[in-house]
Design a protein around this ligand. Structure first.
Ligand code: WTA
Length: 671
């Protein structure tokens, strides 16, 4: 650090609102030509052939975009390919002995596991053969309820190989959440795991899975990965289990029985479903987002290359959980399609110490780190000495995803993790978009902390007002996407109508056959600056973003109302210094029930049972009424203000203005 004191570096970075891409990065970046923006615009939609060309196709597509039936857009039609072939087989000649997955368990006294491409290919083939023997056919949905074990990507790729869509349910979700998703998808197969390690404890997951199966309305064949060994003598179903009858099979035994098996990758139509992913929306029912083989795989492969700058020789690390879309796109499909080494870590960043992440970066010499703002805010709170104790010089690029990142956290990441020599890509996207949509191309564009960036080349993203007119720079509006893109969801599983309603109805002429009359609405607020950089302000629907995890307020409310003694509930998101947002519940009790610590405990338990610990309310406030408008709608905005300790402003439009003071008093008194 030539002459500059640490204090002056801090000050310089704190003052700057724009950063150029580091020269050392630009020199070697995958994308460096600024013309790409104009080229993609003038060649749209053919520009997306560049993405499709990153893949190996069994049959060439004949049409890039079929927009004859909006909003049911189709990409690369006529083409056929297999995702597992693209992620594995095609790398064997050149990279067969290189690591595909570096898996790191949470306990530090346990050996980590490296899967070379050849080993991963072998196990995927063996498990694909086993799944077929269990009866899994093309288009059968296989559910996975698994933590971060390597058998999860193996199972996903095995499904892809035989053309069976997977539906991965985050292991932190509850038994009920598993049952809802399996019923919705009519999924007759479940791959799960006995348990996993979390902050040093062995968590028993299989009992929870069995509990979930009790709520499934059809038979289910199970496969169980033994992660914990002697630490947990897990139950295996043999015939009955309440709702879902069926038997469990041991994963290792199945793979052993199919040792050496080879399964030809099934040629899938570009538009065939690769997977389903359930996500939260406005109503209580989670939405089954459908992604396809050709468009999705092209999109995540292209964005991994262009934005994350992934190269085959990298050791790339995305610290998300594969149970969420980020893990699907940027731990499994994108990186493996590019033939790189992808890191998977089972545990938490603070076990055994708060430097575990940096320990991993140093040991594996990881070249990229893609994580969430929540994690960065936690690292900040723990202090810069943790990253400073490690050699992080292998890092070349940093990324964030999942929620808005505040400039202070962005700068901390840039300085204390990236040593000012790594670009930071703040990537905006959604489960529904399949992959990144708004972010800087790191070798081309300057970065502005707090703004995700301009839309990626080829994307037509705007910030508009309530009637769809573009707002002026600096003004808050709504994000819209005016042109389709290959990675987009195709529909909500078996619910085309809800697909149109949820994502298109707001800003489209839904009677029109003209694709130009259709606009996708992501339900995020945003503003745009004079350079076209977009700052995403957060959800404008009833979705709360806790630590980058999407939770529906309605889902939480219905869980609370399901608790005995509760008459009505309203849930809102309040600001939280680390998690971004936290869940706050306002609850009316039934006449004869008392709102006290016992009921509060039951409410928290009810939410954890229905959804999972991530949805646990930060506060539960008992109130005799909820603030309602004259037309009877709950004024959530006011409850948010109360949760945030903000000024309440005008409450005169309420039917019951006095209630606000009562709620405030209850909050002040500690609920
Ligand atoms: C939010 C996660 C600001 C946004 C990939 C979006 C973000 C929702 C960003 C999708 C970002 C995601 N800046 N907000 N860089 N990335 N979001 O489906 O509200 O779990 O609609 O997908 O997260 O969450 P999902």
């Amino acid at each position: 650090m030539s002459g500059e004191t640490e204090h002056s570096i801090e000050a310089r970075i704190a003052d700057a609102d724009e950063f150029e891409p580091p020269a050392s990065f630009v020199e070697q970046a995958n994308v460096t030509d600024p013309e790409i923006y104009d080229d993609f615009e003038s060649e749209w939609p053919e520009c997306w052939e560049q993405a499709a060309d990153l893949l190996d196709w069994d049959t060439e597509y004949d049409t890039v975009l079929d927009d004859s039936n909006p909003p049911f857009f189709e990409w690369f039609t006529g083409g056929e390919l297999n995702a597992s072939y693209n992620a594995l087989d095609r790398h064997l000649d050149e990279r067969g002995d290189e690591a595909a997955i570096e898996w790191i368990g949470e306990p530090t006294d346990e050996a980590n596991r490296t899967y070379t491409y050849r080993e991963l290919h072998r196990e995927v083939n063996e498990f694909a053969a086993a799944l077929r023997d269990l009866g899994v056919g093309e288009d059968d949905v296989v559910t996975m309820y698994m933590p971060m074990v390597p058998e999860l990507p193996v199972a996903m790729l095995a499904c892809a190989r035989i053309g069976a869509p997977h539906s991965v349910v985050f292991a932190g979700f509850s038994a009920d959440a598993l049952a809802t998703r399996m019923n919705s998808a009519d999924s007759e197969y479940l791959v799960t795991c006995d348990g996993y390690y979390r902050r040093g404890d062995a968590l028993e997951h299989k009992a929870k899975a069995d509990d979930g199966l009790g709520g499934v309305d059809h038979d289910v064949t199970g496969v169980v990965v033994d992660r914990l060994g002697d630490a947990y003598d897990h139950p295996m179903r043999d015939g009955g289990n309440g709702g879902a009858t069926g038997s469990d099979h041991d994963y290792d035994a199945l793979v052993d029985d199919h040792a050496g098996a080879e399964v030809d990758p099934v040629s899938r139509d570009a538009e065939d479903m690769l997977f389903l992913m359930y996500t939260s929306g406005t109503t209580g029912q989670p939405k089954g987002v459908k992604h396809t083989t050709g468009g999705y795989l092209s999109w995540v492969t292209w964005t991994s290359q262009a934005v994350l700058d992934v190269k085959p020789e990298d050791t790339y690390w995305c610290s998300a959980d594969i149970g969420w879309i980020t893990g699907h796109s940027y731990i499994v499909y994108g990186p493996l399609s590019l033939g790189t080494t992808t890191v998977m870590y089972e545990g938490t960043p603070d076990y055994p110490e708060k430097d575990r992440m940096w320990d991993i970066v140093e040991e594996y010499e990881t070249t990229q780190l893609y994580t969430a703002p929540t994690a960065i805010r936690a690292f900040m709170k723990w202090g810069e000495r943790y990253p400073a104790e490690h050699d992080l010089s292998s890092l070349r690029l940093l990324g964030t995803v999942g929620e808005p990142i505040n400039p202070r956290a962005w700068k901390w990441y840039y300085e204390h993790v990236g040593d000012e020599s790594c670009p930071v890509v703040d990537t905006w996207w959604q489960t529904e978009t399949g992959g990144m949509m708004i972010t800087t191309l790191p070798g081309v564009k300057n970065m502005k902390p707090g703004a995700a960036g301009p839309p990626l080349p080829g994307m037509d993203v705007n910030v508009v007002d309530a009637v769809g007119d573009e707002v002026d720079a600096g003004e808050a509006g709504y994000l819209t996407v005016d042109k389709p893109w290959p990675g987009m969801l195709r529909t909500l599983y078996q619910n085309d109508e809800r697909y149109v309603q949820e994502y298109w109805a707001e800003y489209s002429d839904t009677d029109s056959d003209d694709p130009d009359d259709w606009t996708y609405f992501p339900e995020d607020g945003a503003k745009i600056d004079d350079d076209g950089y977009i700052t995403v302000l957060g959800r404008v629907d009833d979705v709360i973003n806790v630590s980058g995890h999407r939770l529906g307020t309605m889902e939480i409310e219905s869980a609370i109302v399901g608790v005995e003694g509760v008459a009505e509930a309203a849930v809102v998101g309040g600001n939280h210094p680390v998690k971004g947002e936290a869940v706050h519940a306002y609850v009316i009790t039934e006449d004869d029930a008392e709102g006290g610590s016992e009921l509060r405990g039951k409410i928290i338990e009810g939410v954890e049972d229905a959804i999972g610990p991530i949805a646990r309310p930060e506060s539960v406030v008992f109130t005799p009424e909820l603030p309602k408008t004259r037309s009877g709608k709950i004024m959530r905005r006011l409850l948010e203000d109360i949760a945030n300790g903000d000024d309440l402003g005008n409450t005169s439009t309420l039917r019951n203005p006095g209630i606000v003071e009562d709620i405030q008093a209850a909050v002040d008194a500690g609920g």
